[in-house]
Design a protein around this ligand. Structure first.
Ligand code: FES
Ligand SMILES: [Fe+2]
Length: 401
């Protein structure tokens, strides 16, 4: 019997009340954590990077969570492939850096060497009956969604056909295929990964904790005011395809397909982008001709989030390192033809989401400290935490699916 059908988990699930935060064990119990890794992180498509990070043959990036590490590499044929970063000799990590460029993937331990397709091409002094072709690197499923690289460690990944089709126009409008990564920062957070995800999914805390964000995003307003601003904004632009509303985040996931969601929201009147002044910080993206005072939210799979302003895109992912530590990776993308120093300045581009993420890190750490207390009990969620509630509903089902 696995933990996903154990009496302990069933008891926890049965006691969990809709409309309340999760019980302490969901944030602390090592068996719950291992179940999450198996049921969520090993089963879904996870955002690992962008093709612009590996333009040339041999360029690679690594993607890590929990105990796993994946190498994403540009092959000699120009394809993008993913291999487990685990040597087939005695298991050493092969690529030790976050990124680099190599003619071949050579293990630092005893120098077994693999070509960029993951085939073993050299291993010294092996017995006569050793078969190199049986010792290639484990392959990982990989797919590109508008140049964004997603990997799935399952043998049987959820389908992304409908997601690819429905997002095609959005990918095109913002030129996601041809964006380039301008900056990436990692924030280690001493808290369970769900506290980070839940925090990202609600703006109940925004007005309090993110003055900088609240000056730019209408979302930080009370629900009625925000809804009014959104209705006015969307009605005025309803024939524009970037105002499409695609809401398949959690329902598709139940039909063996990866869920996704896309939505457009207004900024505060007068703001054009997510920056200190609300003014643009980079050239317009893709085929956009003007700033319309909004930003798009895109979610691909349960754990990868993108916020698309008219002049830059932020990629957000939260990944567990262990039961009580996670990492938030924030990526800033600009139009592929923009030149740093001329068309954009890194400090201006990254300012808003750097201050916001640092503030969130503090909030999430303190949340975990309180959750660890003997006196913590699940608390009632507000009307501004409905999306967080949808995530929790999905999460609780995913644990036992
Ligand atoms: S563990 Fe990689 S060559 Fe020995
Ligand atoms: Fe926040």
């Amino acid at each position: 019997m696995t933990f996903s059908n154990s009496a302990k988990l069933n008891k926890l699930l049965a006691a969990q009340q809709h409309g309340f935060s999760l019980a302490q064990d969901f944030y602390k119990d090592i068996d719950v954590y291992h179940t999450e890794i198996n049921q969520i992180f090993l089963k879904h498509w996870l955002y690992a990077g962008h093709v612009s990070q590996i333009p040339n043959t041999g360029d690679y990036i690594t993607f890590e969570f929990d105990t796993e590490s994946v190498i994403i590499v540009r092959t000699a044929q120009g394809e993008v492939k993913a291999h487990m970063n685990v040597c087939r000799h005695r298991g050493s990590r092969i690529c030790l850096e976050k990124s680099g460029s190599q003619k071949a993937l050579t293990c630092p331990y005893h120098a077994w060497s693999y070509d960029l397709d993951g085939e073993l091409i050299s291993a010294r002094n092996m017995p006569d009956d050793f078969v190199p072709s049986d010792n290639g690197l484990h392959k990982v499923n990989i797919t590109l969604i508008g140049g964004l690289v997603f990997v799935c460690l399952s043998k049987d990944p959820p389908s992304i056909d409908s997601l690819q089709k429905e997002l095609e126009q959005i990918v095109d409008i913002f030129g996601i295929n041809s964006m380039k990564l301008a900056e990436q920062k990692s924030y280690r957070i001493p808290a369970n990964w769900k506290l980070a995800v839940e925090n990202y999914q609600e703006c109940y805390h925004c007005a309090n904790s993110h003055q900088e964000f609240a000056k730019i995003h209408a979302m930080a307003k009370p629900p009625k005011l925000f809804q009014k601003a959104k209705t006015d904004y969307c009605e005025a632009n309803q024939n524009d395809p970037k105002f499409a509303e695609l809401n398949h985040y959690f329902d598709l996931a139940e039909q063996g397909q990866e869920g996704f969601q896309y939505d457009r929201n207004p900024l505060i009147r007068g703001a054009q982008s997510g920056s200190l002044s609300g003014k643009p910080v980079a050239p317009l993206l893709g085929s956009l001709q003007n700033y319309d005072g909004g930003a798009s939210e895109l979610m691909v799979g349960p754990l990868s989030y993108f916020l698309i302003y008219d002049d830059h895109m932020i990629g957000y992912r939260f990944l567990p390192i262990s039961v009580d530590e996670c990492i938030c990776v924030v990526s800033w993308f600009v139009n592929g033809s923009a030149v740093q120093g001329e068309d954009y300045q890194l400090d201006e581009l990254t300012w808003l989401w750097n201050v916001t993420t640092l503030a969130d890190k503090k909030i999430i750490m303190n949340n975990q400290k309180g959750v660890n207390s003997r006196f913590y009990q699940p608390g009632r969620l507000s009307e501004m935490e409905t999306f967080q509630q949808s995530f929790l509903d999905w999460y609780l089902k995913a644990l036992v699916k």
